[in-house]
Design a protein around this ligand. Structure first.
Ligand SMILES: [Cu+2]
Length: 150
């Protein structure tokens, strides 16, 4: 009797391990902006209220994603309750959209370092409750799963 119980427990564990392995193969889903070659991608991103937006700076120089009240203002600001600023960084930063953000709000953003010398001086985030997370936009270096956070 005791030995049967042990066998059952082991079978259960290996099933769990298999499930975990399968999950880590798919790219992490979320709301992403990438910066590469002085270019924001995507230029327009839909996110639901309360979403966390992750910015991936693939350039070797510092950039920021900073909200502004109007496109090409190049001054920190926001639209309604939505303001954000990663600060100047390389690598990865994230910020959170307020859960009280209103449907349809369009918030422009820019880079505080390069302003109108970015290839894309202004990107926008639009609040859409129905927006779905997706994988990061940049094709990347093919490393795979390095940032899953485990
Ligand atoms: Cu920049």
């Amino acid at each position: 009797m005791p030995s049967r119980r042990v066998v059952r427990a082991l079978v259960g564990l290996s099933a769990l391990a298999a499930a975990a392995c399968g999950g880590s193969n798919s790219a992490p889903q979320g709301f992403f902006i990438s910066i590469r070659n002085m270019t924001f991608t995507p230029l327009s991103l839909d996110v639901p209220p309360g979403a966390t937006v992750t910015v991936l700076n693939d350039d070797g120089i510092g950039h920021s994603v900073t909200s502004e009240a109007t496109a090409n203002a190049f001054t920190p600001g926001g639209v309604d309750v939505v303001t954000f600023d990663t600060g100047v960084f390389t690598g990865q930063r994230s910020f959170t959209i307020p859960s009280s953000a209103q449907e349809g709000t369009v918030v422009p953003y820019y880079c505080q370092v390069h302003r109108n010398t970015m290839v894309t001086p202004t990107g926008t985030i639009t609040i859409r409750a129905a927006a779905l997370p997706s994988a990061p936009p940049s094709g990347g270096s093919g490393g795979g799963g390095g940032m899953s956070g485990y």
